[in-house]
Ligand binder design. Sequence first.
Ligand code: ZN
Ligand code: ZN
Length: 274
Amino acid sequence: MYFTDNHIHSLCSPDGYGSMTEMMEASYAAGVRHMCFTDHCDMDNYLTGAPDPDCFSFRDRMNQLYAEALKAKPGDMTLCLGLELGEGNHNPELAAEIAASPELDFVLGSLHNLRGTVDFYEMSYTDETFCRNLLDLYMGELLELAGLPSFDVMAHIGYPVRYIRKAGFSSDMTTDTHGDRLRALLKKLIESGKGIEINCAGYRNRYLNDSVPAFDILRLYKEMGGEVITVGSDAHKTEQAGSGLNKGFDILRSLGYKYVTVFEKRKPKFIKLD
Ligand SMILES: [Zn+2]
Ligand SMILES: [Zn+2]
């Protein structure tokens, strides 16, 4: 069985390195045969939290790099083009307009910062009360985002937890701490035909060393009948290409999934696991 990677960045992302061709070649060497580029397109500036109406200004560059990668790809590699669209709930009109770009195969819906605040990466985590409040607000915004039509798969549910761990705090977002709202969130996603991802970048994070979302949330999704589930390395440089995908695929199998989901022209396609 080959790997699929539905979450990978190139130098079109502010925190990405490597052209799409370089990222594709490194992924191919790591056993990936179906991949989709998902460069960052955030509604807000990550350093200030202020709206960024020009967030898709890299579109021409993206299309050019993608065309180059298509020319360079091996015959047995399927290469798709998508976006990681951040904070769609902060500007639903712009998010919908960008998501409707005809070249896109796939759109991840992310939340990297709360309304009017900096990226979770940039925040100072002062105490457990702060962390708990932050997770409650994050959960509330995920519920807002889930109702919007501007994405296919919700990215890295539980994203702020890695920064909470890094700051030395233990506040968590699990089926114990946020059960009712997680159920409501997953129900909303399932009913609107959207999916979730197993983001494998958390395995590279020494404070977390886990999938995002964590296993109990993934299990809840499966129990609720969720079938649309992608796997992504969230690689930002060639050394990270394909990393953690084996663990993501192991989780799929351990949950009883027979298929992994990929997207082409915004439609889910199910590839059999063996
Ligand atoms: Zn992200
Ligand atoms: Zn990403």
